[in-house]
Structures are given as structure tokens and as C-alpha cells.
Design a protein around this ligand. Structure first.
Ligand code: R5P
Length: 285
């Protein structure tokens, strides 16, 4: 009889009880043990594994898990990776540049993954089923949950929900679909891997209104900080920042706090602003 076997890595310990053991050899190699491995043959297997932080290490561990599971001939393998690293490099800008988002999806598919379940995946710009790098992906959006949490902050006050760039427009579609227009610079030689923001503009009414700026992720925080700053300079009453994935690099939370005391994130990545949980969206898998 076919059943569902859930394999949970210790990276998910805050949400589910782990049943995969991950340790380390003295030289830094990863040691992986799946005590239930003999049960996966012929079954639908769902693997829960976070890939951030320490994404490069996490990917190797995941490939080891996938290979071990695949060798047992399961009926299917579904992966749950809440935040997909490398998702921002979905386009090639330079000659010879690796399109890492595509490469990672392709690697996972070839390693045996039949379907990836992830959250507000940067390169998808829409909720639902998709395919990228030959990999079937289900993209779950946390937009509605983040807006709901922001309502608690604003209380009886009205607020507008806006995206800081076109890519995040789908997150605010049901709230009017307003978005800033963002243009990034080209890569600088000495800083490959990051393109500074050239300009960020809004063409909607701001004065005396409350705003929730909603994005798929706060990484360096530069996008969110610039958006909040523009809104405040244009006379916004109060502003709130929310994102599905909270990386909060380079202490950007401290810079965000200069504009707002409302910073909301999910627990797709562990962070101090994770007030909304992805757990309810995973429980029925
Ligand atoms: C961009 O295209 C995304 O939607 C986010 O706005 C962006 O990735 C956030 O990055 P950062 O926090 O570094 O500005």
C-alpha cells in the first residue's frame, strides 16, 4: 500500500520533530543518517529541509538525502524548501555567468526531486504551479497572512499595501496592485553579485496615508529602506515593512527601525521579526 513518509531534517526543528540526523565529520564533511530509510520504498516521500542560512552546505546535505532516498525506489519525492537560495540569479547578465536559479532547480530534479514546494519564490512572480529548470514547483504565497498580521498593527486605521518593485506586484494584486518602479544598475567589477538600486519611484498618492510595503524578501534591506524613506519624505503618516523571507543582512533591521516599529516576516528563515508561521501551510502535506 502506498503511503506518505515525511522525512524531516533538523533544519525544521522549530516546526516539526526531525527524523533525519545530520552531523559532521572532523574535517567538515557532513554526516547524514535517515533511520527510516528502509520504509521509503514504493512510498510518496516528502522531505522537509531548510536551505538557509549556510545554503551551500545545505544544498550538499540535501543532495545526499535525495540520493539515499532515490536509491530506495520511492513512488515520488517532494521537497519542501521554504526559502530557495540562488533564486535571485534567474537571468544571465554577463557572458559566461551561471544562471544559478536554473542550475539549482535542474540539479534537484536530476537528483530525484519530482516536485519542489517553496514560498514566494523570487523568480516566479505568481502563486501556484510552475516549472523551472525542468523542475515542477508549487509556489505558496504568504502575502495574505502578512497583510492579516499588519492589520493587527494598524488597528482601526486604514492602510494601503504596496510592492517595492514590479516583481512583487503579485503579492499586492488583491490589495490594488500598486508598486514602485525600481531600476537596478549594472554589475560593478569589484562587486560582482550585487547590482545597486539606480532609482525607485512611486506614482501613487502618499500624503497622510498609512502604508504596508510588502516584498518577497528583505535581503540587504536596501529596497525596503529606500521605499520607506520615499514614502516618509512624501508625507506618509506611518509605514510598515513586511516580507515573506527575512534575511536582514548587514544589520539592516537597525536602519529599517529608523522608519518604522512595524517589521513583519515569516519563519521561512529564522529571524527576530518572524511573527507569521508557514506551519499551517505545511501541515496537510
Ligand atoms: C527584488 O527584486 C526583490 O523583490 C526584493 O526587492 C529584493 O530582492 C530585496 O533585496 P534587498 O533587500 O537586497 O534590496
Amino acid at each position: 500500500m502506498v503511503g506518505i513518509i515525511k522525512l524531516i531534517s533538523p533544519t525544521f526543528v522549530d516546526i516539526f520533530e526531525p527524523n533525519i540526523e545530520i552531523g559532521q565529520f572532523p574535517d567538515g564533511d557532513s554526516h547524514v543518517r535517515i533511520p527510516q530509510i528502509s520504509e521509503v520504498s514504493g512510498q510518496d516521500v516528502v522531505i522537509f529541509h531548510r536551505l538557509y542560512p549556510k545554503q551551500n552546505n545545505g544544498i550538499v546535505v540535501l543532495l545526499l538525502i535525495l540520493d539515499a532516498v532515490k536509491l530506495e525506489n520511492p513512488k515520488s519525492i517532494t521537497l519542501v524548501v521554504p526559502y530557495l537560495p540562488y533564486s535571485r540569479q534567474d537571468k544571465k547578465k554577463l557572458n559566461g555567468e551561471v544562471q544559478s536559479a536554473y542550475a539549482l532547480c535542474n540539479l534537484l530534479r536530476r537528483a530525484g526531486c519530482d516536485k519542489l514546494i517553496t514560498f514566494d519564490c523570487h523568480f516566479l512572480n505568481a502563486e501556484g504551479q510552475a516549472e523551472f529548470g525542468g523542475l515542477k514547483i508549487e509556489n505558496i504565497s504568504m502575502g495574505a497572512e502578512l497583510v492579516k498580521r499588519a492589520k493587527q498593527h494598524f488597528g482601526n486605521e486604514d492602510f494601503e499595501v504596496v510592492a517595492p518593485d514590479a516583481g512583487a506586484t503579485y503579492l499586492v494584486k488583491s490589495q490594488g496592485g500598486k508598486a514602485f518602479k525600481k531600476v537596478r544598475q549594472e554589475y560593478k567589477d569589484e562587486k560582482i553579485g550585487y547590482r545597486e538600486i539606480e532609482s525607485l519611484e512611486c506614482n501613487f498618492e502618499v500624503k497622510d496615508k498609512n502604508f504596508l510595503v510588502l516584498d518577497d524578501m528583505i535581503s540587504t534591506g536596501n529596497t525596503m529602506i529606500r521605499a520607506l524613506e520615499i514614502l516618509k519624505l512624501a508625507g506618509a503618516k506611518t509605514v510598515c515593512a513586511a516580507s515573506t523571507h527575512g534575511l536582514f543582512l548587514f544589520n539592516c533591521a537597525d536602519r529599517l527601525k529608523k522608519f518604522t516599529n512595524c517589521i513583519i516576516s515569516t519563519d521561512s528563515i529564522e529571524n527576530e521579526f518572524a511573527m507569521v508561521s508557514i506551519k499551517d501551510r505545511l501541515i496537510d502535506l
